[in-house]
Design a protein around this ligand. Structure first.
Ligand SMILES: [Zn+2]
Length: 217
């Protein structure tokens, strides 16, 4: 996910890649410890190790997603102040706003694009049943597809808005993309009723996020 605001100082710098600090929000340590504690309670040492490995894979994928945004932004002439990993995703803070249109669309699409490419590259390993490869493919597929949903505040919503600015002004493009986001979210809620409850839950979460985005416009 891409964002500009919202960044507390409660972060630890893990490493710096080509001038971009990659940070871990401290809330992750709290939730991570709780999660590991629960897994070790249920599954003993092996449960804790499995949970730790899964968490490392997940957050490596999130970091690579955010680096995708950062690399695309650099190609468009924008630097990245930092990347922060939160318990439920990451945020790349850019040094300014991308130009509406193709540059913004390319930067927004680059994150999920990285996940889809990683999933495809790891497919042969999953096919040969290499340990963890199937989980790696699934995590990246999910991250890529979910983030490409054309609804705010997902990356796909930003791609949609950027492409709409090619035909109209930014305000109109934002209103149109918010309208389309609501339709998509409503359809997901309905689809989930007849398929799987998780689809409805994603739809409801999208409705909530779209309302927040609309209130901020
Ligand atoms: Zn993203």
């Amino acid at each position: 996910m891409l964002s500009h605001p919202l960044c507390s100082e409660a972060r630890l710098t893990l490493l710096t890649l080509r001038g971009i600090p990659i940070r871990l929000h401290k809330s992750f340590l709290l939730l991570g410890s709780l999660y590991l504690g629960m897994e070790s309670w249920n599954g003993g040492l092996s449960g804790a190790i499995n949970a730790l490995v899964l968490a490392v894979i997940l957050f490596t994928c999130v970091a690579l997603h955010e680096l995708g945004h950062a690399v695309a932004a650099r190609r468009c002439g924008l630097g990245t102040r930092d990347i922060t990993l939160y318990p439920f995703g990451g945020i790349a803070r850019l040094e300014g706003r991308p130009e509406p249109g193709w540059p913004e669309a390319a930067i927004a699409a680059a994150g999920p694009g990285v996940n889809l490419v990683l999933a495809v590259l790891a497919l042969p390993l999953a096919y040969h049943e290499l340990p963890l490869a199937r989980g790696f493919v699934l995590i990246n597929l999910l991250m890529g597809v979910l983030n490409l949903l054309p609804a705010f505040p997902m990356d796909g919503g930003r791609v949609l808005r950027s492409l709409l600015t090619l035909r109209s002004d930014e305000q109109t493009a934002t209103e149109q993309s918010l309208f389309l986001s609501r339709i998509l979210a409503g359809l997901m809620v309905l689809t989930g009723i007849f398929t799987h409850i998780s689809v409805s839950l994603v739809g409801l979460a999208l409705i909530w996020m779209v309302r927040r985005k609309a209130a901020a416009v």
